[in-house]
Write a protein that binds this ligand. Structure first.
Ligand code: ZN
Length: 371
C-alpha cells in the first residue's frame, strides 16, 4: 500500500504534524523547526504508475495529493552520457528541460497540489528559480502569487516571474533579508508560504530525481551524485530518495553525495570544517546566484546528508564557473552558472573516483535564465 496516512514530525521537538501541512515549519511558536517524514518512506517499484506523465509516475510513493494533480509536465527528464563516445560512466540528469527551466518545478508542482482553501495567495522567497517555478504553477492553478526576490536577482529570472503574472517584490539586502520579508508577509491570514527552503513537500518531491536516476541507469545506484547546494532541498531530497530505495533493498549502497558550492559563498564547507557561525557567515558575491545562500537554515540537515552518504563538499572559484559553463555548452548542454558547478567539481574529485564508477551530475537550471 502507498505511504498513507502520511505524517510529519518536527526535526527539533518531535511535534507530530498531519499531511499536508498548511505552514512550512513546526507550528509551535517557540520552535518553528523543520518538518520531516515521521517514518522513512519505503520504495516499492510495483507502485510506479508507468502511464502517468513525468514525475507523477511516483505519485503513490509520495505523500498524497488529489487525483488529477495540477501539472505542467515536470519530471522524467533525460539522463544522458556526458560524452557519448567516452568509456567513462559520467551522466548528466538534465533538469533544465523542466517547464520553467529548472529542477524547482518538481517542488513547486508538488506544493501547489497540497494547498487547502481556494482563495489563498501563494508566496515564496527565492533567488529566482524557485520563484519562477511557483509563479508558473500558481498561474496554472489560477492562484495569485507573490515572489520575494533579492533586488540583485538576474533580470531574466525576474522577467520570467512577472510574465507568469506573479507580483514581484524585490528586497534590498542579502538572501536572509528576502526570507525575513517573506516570513513577515506569511503571518497574514490567507497566505500559503510555499517555502522551497522549509516546506518538507519540496524536498520530498526531489526524491523523484533519485528514483528516475535509479530507473534510467538500469535500476541501480550510481556511485556518485554531484549537485549544487544552496539551501539544501535538492541535496536532502536526493538523499531521502536513495534512502527509500535502500530501505526496500533495491540498492545496497547509497551514492556518495557531493554538494558543490561557490568558493565565494560556501557555508556548508565552513560548517563541515567547524568554522561556521550561524548568522555570522560572510559571503562574497558569486555569479552562481542559485547557491548564494550564506545562512541556509537547514545547514545541519545538509551536513548530515553529506556525512551519511560518505559524501564531500567541493567549492569552486569564480573564474572556473564560466569555463565550466562553456565546456558544458560545447557538449550541447546550455546551463546557468549555478548548474555548471557539478561539472566544475569533476577535476577536484578525480583522485576519489574508481574507473568504473557511475557519476551523475545534476544540471539544475537552463542557460536562458542567467548569462
Ligand atoms: Zn518543533
Amino acid at each position: 500500500m502507498p505511504v498513507k496516512p502520511f505524517r510529519l514530525r518536527c526535526r527539533y521537538c518531535n511535534q507530530p504534524v498531519d499531511w499536508p501541512p498548511q505552514q512550512p515549519r513546526c507550528p509551535r511558536p517557540s520552535c518553528r523547526g523543520p518538518l520531516q517524514p515521521k517514518r522513512n518512506i519505503v520504495f516499492d517499484a510495483q507502485l510506479i504508475e508507468l502511464a502517468a506523465p513525468g514525475m507523477w509516475r511516483y505519485r503513490h510513493l509520495l505523500p498524497p495529493v488529489p487525483d488529477n494533480p495540477i501539472s505542467l509536465g515536470e519530471g522524467w527528464t533525460p539522463l544522458l552520457r556526458l560524452e557519448p563516445g567516452s568509456d567513462r560512466l559520467i551522466y548528466v540528469k538534465n533538469e533544465t528541460l523542466n517547464p520553467t527551466g529548472s529542477f524547482k518545478d518538481r517542488g513547486a508542482a508538488f506544493l501547489i497540489n497540497t494547498i487547502q482553501g481556494e482563495d489563498k495567495i501563494v508566496i515564496d522567497d527565492s533567488s529566482g528559480n524557485a520563484g519562477a517555478a511557483l509563479a508558473a504553477y500558481a498561474a496554472r492553478a489560477g492562484r495569485p502569487a507573490r515572489i520575494f526576490v533579492p533586488a540583485t536577482a538576474p533580470e531574466a529570472k525576474k522577467t520570467q516571474i512577472e510574465r507568469y503574472g506573479a507580483k514581484l517584490i524585490p528586497v534590498a539586502g542579502d538572501r536572509d533579508a528576502v526570507a525575513r520579508a517573506a516570513d513577515a508577509f506569511a503571518q497574514q491570514p490567507n497566505v500559503f508560504y510555499a517555502s522551497h527552503v522549509w516546506h518538507p513537500g519540496y524536498a520530498l518531491a526531489m526524491q523523484t530525481i533519485a528514483w528516475e536516476t535509479w530507473e534510467q541507469i538500469g535500476r541501480r545506484a550510481p556511485e556518485w551524485v554531484i549537485l549544487p547546494a544552496g539551501n539544501g532541498s535538492l541535496l536532502r531530497g536526493v538523499r531521502w530518495g536513495f534512502r527509500a530505495l535502500q530501505k526496500a533493498k533495491y540498492i545496497k549502497t547509497l551514492p556518495r553525495l557531493v554538494a558543490v558550492q561557490a568558493e565565494n559563498c560556501a557555508p556548508l564547507a565552513a560548517f563541515m570544517a567547524g568554522e561556521y557561525r550561524p548568522g555570522r557567515f560572510q559571503a562574497r558575491p558569486t555569479r552562481a546566484d542559485g547557491v548564494a545562500a550564506p545562512n541556509p537554515p537547514l545547514i545541519e540537515a545538509m551536513a548530515a546528508a553529506v556525512r551519511k552518504t560518505r559524501g564531500k563538499v567541493v567549492t569552486i572559484p569564480e573564474d572556473t564557473i564560466r569555463q565550466a559553463q562553456t565546456d558544458l555548452a560545447r557538449k550541447g548542454f546550455y546551463v546557468e552558472p549555478t548548474a555548471a558547478l557539478p561539472y566544475a567539481a569533476l577535476p577536484r574529485l578525480a583522485s576519489q573516483f574508481n574507473p568504473n564508477d557511475a557519476i551523475v551530475l545534476i544540471l539544475t537550471g537552463h542557460g536562458f535564465k542567467a548569462q
